[in-house]
Design a binder for this molecule. Structure first.
Ligand SMILES: [Zn+2]
Length: 321
């Protein structure tokens, strides 16, 4: 996330972080809590630059220090990420060793632990000891989306800063800047709030395929044609998809489209799925029928959480739609 977006969307958190800096009362351990994609890691990186950049109005974003921090190659900034799904005691011990062996010309040393809640119990205890003997040159940023999994004693040693969820509109505008189609950006913004994760989904291509089929199905449905035919024509992409995530996603897409139709019927406005909505003869459609379809889709959505025969489920769904 760009600095300007951090200061726009996380105004309070950034004010707390930087005001401490300006008053020279920077705390030595911060716990940055917020959903993935909220910008907490970018905020920690911003603060590392603020501590190490020697230009006026630091961080300048262009000097050697700033650039090395961005590329994770600055010797004074250590990142700790989960190894697999866990942060192990050895990773914390290595950090402590690195930080106690080196002096780095008296410059600040910063460590940033991403997904800090993935520290196992012994890693947390090792970190706690380190936090209990603070060195005035050390700064810790613990990034988490689930601080309750951290020891209370760790939480109480840190300044807790909450990052708000980022509005869907932010992710969508980023994706559209990258050239992603508006309807796809809208769909993906319901799956994740992280730009990188969203791009991975999009590049995989499945979302686009499922959206195209969903649009055809809704189009047929609104023209009172047999939607099962459209399903049957594309059956292979449904049957071959073993990951339930994509089946739930497909129903999500249908739900989003019918919701948009409902919105258009009640407010005369819509923002997405223009290609379908511009051909709809709204006078032939009853609001109650759209609500019934939404209920039906939500019911089937639930069923995909359990083991189901995919073909039977889809056949049953489309016979009732
Ligand atoms: Zn700089």
């Amino acid at each position: 996330m760009k600095n300007e977006d951090l200061f726009k969307y996380q105004k309070d958190a950034m004010r707390l972080l930087t005001s401490g800096f300006e008053k020279d009362k920077l705390v030595h351990a911060y716990l940055l809590d917020g959903n993935p994609g909220c910008g907490s890691l970018d905020a920690a990186i911003y603060m590392a630059k603020k501590l190490l950049c020697e230009k006026q109005n630091a961080p300048c974003m262009n000097c050697g220090d700033c650039k090395k921090i961005d590329s994770h190659t600055h010797l004074n900034v250590l990142f700790i990420h989960p190894d697999g799904d866990v942060i192990k005691k050895e990773q914390i011990e290595n950090l402590i060793k690195d930080f106690s062996l080196t002096s780095f010309n008296g410059k600040p040393q910063i460590y940033i632990i991403t997904q800090a809640d993935k520290m196992n119990a012994s890693a947390q205890n090792a970190l706690l000891k380190f936090l209990e003997e603070p060195n005035p040159n050390h700064y810790a940023f613990l990034i988490t989306s689930n601080y309750k999994r951290l020891l209370d004693t760790i939480v109480s040693r840190c300044q807790f800063i909450h990052f708000k969820p980022i509005p869907k509109q932010y992710l969508m505008s980023k994706l559209i800047d990258y050239g992603v189609e508006k309807d796809i950006a809208y769909i993906v913004s319901h799956l994740t709030s992280e730009v990188d994760v969203a791009m991975k989904y999009i590049e995989e291509g499945k979302i686009t395929n499922f959206m195209l089929v969903a649009k055809k199905i809704v189009d047929k449905d609104l023209k009172q044609k047999d939607v099962y035919v459209e399903y049957y024509r594309n059956k292979v992409i449904f049957i071959e998809e073993k990951d339930k995530f994509y089946h739930r996603l497909f129903l999500d897409i249908l739900i989003l489209i019918y919701q948009e139709i409902l919105l258009k019927m009640t407010t005369s406005k819509n923002e997405y799925f223009d290609d379908i909505l511009e051909n709809v003869k709204f006078k032939d459609i009853k609001i109650n029928d759209i609500i019934r379809k939404l209920d039906l889709l939500n019911t089937y959505q639930e069923r995909f959480n359990y083991y189901v025969n995919l073909d039977l489920q889809y056949t049953s769904l489309f016979s009732k739609l």
